[in-house]
Design a protein. Sequence first.
Length: 140
Amino acid sequence: MEKEDKKLLLLDLSGRLTYGVKVSLQYGGKQLTGVLDAVYPTEERVIVDELSEAIAPIDVRCGGFKLDESNIMPYLRPMSSMTEEEAKEYNELCGCNAPYPGIVEEAVAKFMDWLNAHHFDYRGLIEKGLALEAPEGMYD
């Protein structure tokens, strides 16, 4: 993974920490899924909990993983998967129907939090091969 892609992925993962984003990772020759629990950007490492399989004989289902070694990829929703109800809420939050300028810093923060909370890929990580498209219903 290139340095800029790694930086973008760490930035994105950090912003999604409080929203229970699910991730895919490779460990011990297996493809596992889990829930992101912590991000350590300077170490390029993440903590993943609720792993789909134990990674130790005593049923350990969490651990720390290096980005390069484990191919960490969040499951995100493409913007095109937004429902009509979500699109209405999105438009209300961003002030898209309001005349310019209308978006202030507080609105932008709420807007980004909403996108993160609904697991939308607004940075194009799916297209760059840095995230997987979440199966329908994964975040219901």
